[in-house]
Write a protein that binds this ligand. Sequence first.
Ligand code: PSU
Ligand code: MN
Length: 306
Amino acid sequence: MLVKVSEKVKRAIENHIPVVALESTIISHGMPYPQNVETALNVEKIIESQGCVPATIGIIDGVPIVGMSEDEIEQFGKKEGILKTSRRDLPVIMAKKLWGATTVTATMILAAYAGIEVFVTGGIGGVHRNAQETFDISADLQELAHTNVTVICAGAKAILDLPMTLEYLETFGVPVLGYKSNHLGAFYSRDSGLNVDYEMKDVLEIAKVIDYKRKMHLDGGILVSNPILKEDEIPNHFINKYIDDALNDADKEHIKGKDITPYLLKHIKEHTNGKSLEANIKLVYNNALVGSLIAKAYEKIRNQKN
Ligand code: PSU
Ligand code: MN
């Protein structure tokens, strides 16, 4: 067996119960223990409370798992040295029988493999600031260009060059939809100062976009920006200083490649006394709720056709 899809997820797919995919890099590299495990399990509960089935995705001893158990999630949160796994890493982690935490990229690949349309995360990778020189552009953007999965996030962090990230997505034909907002979320704060391509008035409208994109065989992902709730946000003027400090320190310490994003997240968390982590957790919960509603609306449309 190449990929292990849990019985629960298999049954849900067979019975047309909406499934929501979740990534594991956010568990192993995005948040510290024990908040990472607590958050991952709460996210699953939110999805279940909406009548959907969660499918947390990760790789254990070289076997990709779609629908990790509570115990497996706990192990992911605790274990040291789990490798951050993107598209390039996936076959190597499998061949070497290692543990891999799936990024947005690898999670999209495995979700599509299992037949899951909707995937909830916190923030996506993008074009890094100074990419003109470093060439550092997250593989997440290419995956969105090609793989048929809808990703719900809270926009992207200002650790990235957001205007360039939007340009890139436009070039590769990825619709960027704003849930009840025409502003692109900036992860910790509601407004990045940039507009999304289209504001969506409700989840049904988003489900219709997914449906038409699939019916027209317009391969690739859809990005839904669901800005953090007002009561949970950290204002730009507060967080931007910490983001700049983190970027400066990363530069000084010559942090590169796949280590940059986890380094910046950890740096910002430590210097804001956990305030950023709190916002991060809240926005993921909010995304889980909206993602579940989208998954339900899309499943309804899909079943009407049949
Ligand atoms: N942004 C976050 N939290 C995260 C990540 C991004 O706010 O945990 C993770 C996701 O798994 C994303 C990955 O796919 O970082 C992007 O890494 P890179 O920039 O190296 O492509
Ligand atoms: Mn990168």
